[in-house]
Design a binder for this molecule. Structure first.
Ligand code: HEC
Ligand code: HEC
Length: 534
């Protein structure tokens, strides 16, 4: 009943506001944006084409993500003295993202950059792009743009003019960097990432699903843990929503939040939500039917600190969305939380797993005590006739533990200096060995995130000699790495600062058997350049 009430309320509210906003809102936005471009940009850029379908030099032959457009406009302000109000800038970014954005397939390989999940080593990058370009910034920055050949080449010219030292760096002074970049890399990029693609043509034409409604969200907040909640998105304008979030952490504690979101390019969800008085950002991509969104939520003030976020639309159908935890050890009992929508009927956790007791039950959250007999395997969690592809991994032994992120950077800070410390958060993922019994092979079964105890150790002999593990930082029981203070440290040899190279060690207790996993942590100096430009 509560469920129906909520949905009606959401729909009504949305409809009335839509009617108001509907007074020419879409065309107005486009017309507004074009007028702003004419007013603000044409001192330096030029316009051609007819008034209804204008072309702006250096602007119209590109496609970028919302963040990509924002980055360029930031540069226009910082380096070119563009004058523009925040409101106008928002309108231009929204317009350019909607009309010259990336299709879902095009942004898919590089979403980590949009999600600000940058503690990672990029893999599978073209060797030439790696050497010529991605030694300064991510390859994702490039992979998230589409341009004509001319525009890729002009981008190289911009680099050369803006950063003349570019030819003197290691990795370019051994070669004619500019000529290679202009005549070869840019030409290749025009083939890899051309302006006109079938994906974008299709997406431009596609009907975009409304993202208004009630969403079942699942996420993880560092130091607080996993949560499941309802998030209601009520329409407040064209592609604008107000958000209300209410639910529970895995231990039952309440999570609540309020905020708002804008959808760019028909699928790029960008939300800001205040949870327990902490401002957080949501970056998600909606699927084509507008029924599922995936991405990440992180602290607005510290984007390194965040976790995965998934939202599943309440369509009124019965659906199992998740089980927490995602694993159960054979021969043991544990409490499991099943999360979903409109859940009715018998609970079936698959062969060999018995439901001993239903501890709590509502239509969207069921807590059970379950026992796994001897059989191992990947079971499907079923409740009545609800849709489900949610897996419960029944395993015998944790054979391997991975630490995520595998490679991370933190930065010393604080201690009276200008820059705050940049922290990092870790999680442990358990695997069983799979059919071949060998851990570390392809058929390992990912069991899921597991609780772990955390410690640090020097990364190698030099780090050990310099006692990096005593100075460079510490890790909390929840897996939060906090780097050391900035500035010289009289206790260290030659009063060195507190940088260091460490391993972060997760120890998972698998029924009395300790299984360790390691990640590497580079504790570095403050990022003066980036933070000053912000
Ligand atoms: C005061 C001059 C000036 C103004 C005003 C200005 N720009 Fe630019 N713009 C430049 C220059 C110079 C470049 C080439 C160098 C560069 O890319 O930074 C450029 C390049 C660009 C590019 C190409 C960047 C790329 O991705 O390679 C875009 C897009 C752009 N401007 C958008 C805008 C928009 C939109 C506005 C107005 C809201 C604007 N500019 C206002 C001077 C200006
Ligand atoms: C010397 C370091 C360096 C190298 C090498 C380098 N870049 Fe960049 N690149 C930068 C910096 C710094 C910026 C940010 C400029 C700004 O917006 O202030 C940037 C920005 C960009 C942007 C975003 C521009 C925009 O407005 O959207 C793209 C795309 C890009 N680079 C592509 C490339 C490509 C392609 C190559 C190789 C041919 C390359 N970069 C090589 C330093 C580098």
């Amino acid at each position: 009943m509560a469920l129906n009430n909520n949905r009606t309320k959401g729909a009504l509210l949305g409809a009335s506001i839509l009617a108001l906003a509907g007074l020419g809102s879409l065309p107005a936005l486009a017309a507004d944006a074009q007028e702003i471009i004419r007013d603000r940009c044409l001192a330096c850029h030029t316009e051609s084409g007819d008034a209804d379908n204008p072309s702006f030099s250096r602007i119209s032959d590109l496609r970028k993500t919302p963040e990509g457009w924002q980055m360029t406009l930031n540069r226009m302000q910082h380096l070119r003295d563009l004058e523009i109000s925040t409101e106008e800038k928002r309108t231009v970014i929204k317009y350019l993202s909607d009309h010259q954005g990336l299709a879902p397939e095009e942004s898919a390989p590089f979403r980590y950059l949009l999600e600000q999940d940058t503690n990672r080593v990029e893999v599978g990058i073209d060797e030439n792009v790696m050497q010529m370009c991605a030694r300064c910034h991510s390859a994702a920055r490039i992979g998230l743009q589409r341009r004509t050949e001319d525009e890729w080449q002009t981008l190289v010219d911009f680099h050369m003019a803006q950063f003349p030292g570019i030819e003197l760096h290691a990795g370019s002074r051994d070669r004619p960097w500019y000529h290679l970049a202009h005549d070869e890399t840019a030409v290749k990029l025009a083939e890899m990432y051309p302006l006109v693609t079938p994906e974008w043509n299709d997406w431009k034409k596609a009907d975009k699903a409304s993202l208004m409604g009630r969403w079942r969200v699942l996420g993880y907040i560092p130091a607080k843990g996993e949560f499941s909640a309802w998030m209601t998105a009520a329409k407040t304008g064209e592609d604008r929503y107000s958000l209300e979030l209410e639910g529970n952490y895995a231990d039952g504690a309440v999570i609540e939040g309020k905020g708002n979101a804008t959808v760019f390019t028909g699928y790029e969800w960008r939300g800001t939500i205040t949870i327990d008085s902490v401002k957080m950002r949501q970056v998600m991509a909606a699927d084509k039917n507008g029924q599922m969104m995936d991405g990440r939520m992180f602290l607005a003030a510290e984007d390194e600190i965040g976790g995965e976020l998934r939202a599943v639309k309440d369509t009124g159908d019965a659906q199992v969305v998740a089980v927490m935890p995602t694993y159960l050890k054979a021969g043991e009992s544990a409490e499991l939380v099943i999360v979903g929508q409109n859940l009715d009927g018998d609970i079936d956790l698959g062969d060999g797993v018995s439901v001993d007791k239903i501890i709590a039950r509502s239509k969207d959250r069921i807590v059970v005590a379950a026992t796994a007999a001897g059989d191992t395997g990947v079971n499907t969690v079923k409740v009545g006739s609800a849709d489900s592809d949610v897996a419960l991994n029944v395993y015998e032994q944790v054979a391997r533990v991975d630490v995520t992120p595998v490679n991370a950077i933190s930065r010393i800070g604080g201690n009276g200096g200008e820059m705050e410390k940049i922290r990092a958060t870790y999680r442990a993922i358990g695997y069983s060995a799979g059919a071949d019994g060998e851990p570390g092979t392809e058929d390992d079964v990912r069991l899921g995130y597991m609780p772990a105890s955390w410690s640090i150790e020097p990364a190698d002999e030099i780090a050990e000699h310099d006692k990096d593990h005593l100075y460079a930082g510490e890790i909390t029981p929840a897996g939060m790495f906090i780097p050391g203070d900035a500035g010289p440290n009289p206790e260290r040899k030659m009063s060195a600062n507190n940088v260091g190279r460490l391993n972060v060690v997760a120890t998972v207790d698998d029924g009395g058997n300790a299984v360790e996993g390691r990640g590497s942590m580079l504790v570095s100096v403050p990022d003066f350049v980036e933070r000053v430009l912000d």
